[in-house]
Design a protein around this ligand. Structure first.
Ligand SMILES: C[S@@+](CC[C@H](N)C(=O)[O-])C[C@H]1O[C@@H](n2cnc3c(N)ncnc32)[C@H](O)[C@@H]1O
Length: 254
């Protein structure tokens, strides 16, 4: 995992407040029902499950669980984001995920999608584990570099796209975070999302120079990067990237 130390929570809140209106449409993956169905069926919560959605944002993950489990609680730091997500939860808490205001063992399942890249990831995952009962499940869903050959360029693209991003992951980092926090039976599943890079970078909170910088990295991408991302430069100028999500699941040790 690579980490930047200059990211503060107020920078994160400022970034997502600026993005709230466009957020749900700012990537294909945001509303990708196939991805969410895959996660749901893999976690297989029961109708009695009590579920925590960490960094719930506008509630796109919560929506998948709402009505299918006993209770779904969301947590987020950015008021504008969670005000939009409210309708998809049975309870919403304005808090940092690094210090969750819940008792030990309160949940059967804790999930986060694209949240821990803005946090002290080890602290946040430890909190998810603490708040989840023994034998409960923890799920982390994160954009990852494929490996050594693409990570420098991909991390630069992710940094340009989101100035508030603190952490950059490989799949194995997600597994390590879960194991270090006290999970067993950890597995990481791949999910590929084909993203139109212009749509993905047009989220309303970065200047055009950064978007141009992203296009530049793609245009000059190395063979190692292209081997995995299979970047398509279409005739109309659209750049399409095969982005990798790691879906990491662990069981809280008893
Ligand atoms: C990329 S969005 C993901 C939203 C949602 N999980 C989804 O998949 O659509 C990241 C969210 O993380 C939230 N966030 C960032 N740092 C946080 C922290 N320390 N504690 C709680 N939420 C945080 C932001 O406010 C934002 O809503």
């Amino acid at each position: 995992m690579r980490t930047r130390s200059d990211i503060t929570n107020s920078k994160v809140v400022e970034h997502f407040t600026a993005r709230t209106d466009k957020y749900d449409d700012s990537s294909k993956w945001c509303t990708d029902l196939t991805m969410l169905a895959k996660v749901f069926s893999h976690l297989a919560p029961s109708a009695e499950s009590v579920v925590l959605d960490v960094a719930c944002g506008t509630g796109l993950v919560s929506k998948t669980f709402q009505g299918k489990v006993r209770k779904l609680v969301g947590v987020d730091l950015t008021e504008a984001m969670f005000n939009k997500g409210k309708v998809f939860t049975d309870g919403l808490v304005h808090s940092s995920a690094e210090c969750l205001p819940f008792k030990n063992d309160a949940f059967d399942l804790a999930i986060e999608r694209q949240g821990i890249q803005f946090m002290d990831a080890a602290a946040a995952v430890s909190e998810m584990v603490r708040a989840t009962r023994p034998n409960g499940k923890i799920c982390l869903i994160q954009l990852c570099a494929y490996g050594e050959e693409d990570q420098d360029e991909y991390f630069e693209i992710l940094r340009l796209r989101n100035p508030a991003r603190k952490n950059f992951f490989l799949r194995e980092d997600l597994a390590t975070l879960l194991k270090d926090a006290g999970c067993a039976e950890v597995e990481v599943i791949d999910y590929i999302s084909e993203e139109n890079v212009d749509r993905w970078s047009d989220h309303g909170a970065i200047r055009d120079e950064r978007r141009a910088g992203i296009r530049d990295v793609y245009r000059h991408a190395s063979p190692g990067f292209n081997k995995y991302h299979a970047v398509r430069l279409e005739e109309n100028g659209t750049i399409v990237d095969r982005m990798l999500f790691g879906i990491a699941v662990g069981t809280v040790s008893s």
